[in-house]
Design a protein around this ligand. Structure first.
Ligand code: 3PG
Length: 205
């Protein structure tokens, strides 16, 4: 997971409501320079959307998000996702993902949660919900006791604060929905999403 996050410092977190939106949405992101996509398993269209993107958008690196159960993790593996992300973590998910060897990013928002993940062998986590739990201040504080731990920060991140996260020593990447606002998806404004993706990707070049 560490290598993947280092390679892709900005990860669009997408919610697919209509299956037919999946491919044009992913194509806009890839065209804008963001080839990694986290498709949240929050909607009935998510699974078919993931399949469509994997099949039809060469160059897209697709992962699943909002993975809250072992069965969703298993499904992500079977669908051909390159990684899976959870907002938090459970013992069963930490164990299953570790035993399967799949790229898995468990969520944490406290020192105790980092310690539990470390016990299972993880050293890279989603830090969620970033802004709500203390943002960059909390991340800086976690860097002291957990010097080797790295994070992908998500939750409340946008253009205005993204660089304050990416400049931290323990942050490899950030994720967020600001690149794919639901209104733009609903109105199928793909060129505007491509523009938001270009704007985001240019920050890290
Ligand atoms: C999520 O899983 O919802 C992501 O962290 C996105 O958060 P955001 O919508 O605040 O960017």
């Amino acid at each position: 997971m560490k290598e993947l996050l280092s390679e892709y410092p900005i990860i669009p977190v997408v919610v697919i409501e209509q299956i037919e939106d999946a491919v044009p949405l992913a194509k806009s992101l890839v065209a804008g320079g963001l080839s990694v996509i986290e498709v949240t398993l929050r909607t009935p269209a998510a699974i078919a959307g993931i399949e469509d993107i994997i099949e039809n958008v060469p160059g897209a690196v697709v992962g699943s998000g909002t993975v809250c159960s072992e069965s969703q993790l298993q499904m992500s593996i079977e669908l051909g996702c390159k990684f899976a992300v959870s907002p938090g973590a459970t013992d069963s998910l930490l164990k299953k993902a570790r035993d399967s060897g799949f790229n898995y990013l468990p969520g944490v928002s406290s020192a105790s949660e980092v310690m539990r993940g470390l016990e299972y062998g993880y050293d890279t986590f989603k830090f969620f919900p970033a802004e709500a739990v203390g943002g960059t201040t909390l991340l800086k504080s976690l860097h002291g006791p957990f010097g080797d731990v790295k994070f992908c920060a998500t939750g409340g991140i946008g253009l205005d604060n993204v660089m304050s996260y990416l400049s931290l020593a323990n942050v490899l990447s950030v994720g967020g929905s600001w690149i794919t606002p639901s209104k733009l998806i609903k109105e199928k404004r793909w060129s505007e999403i491509e523009r938001l993706a270009s704007q985001a990707s240019s920050l890290t070049q």
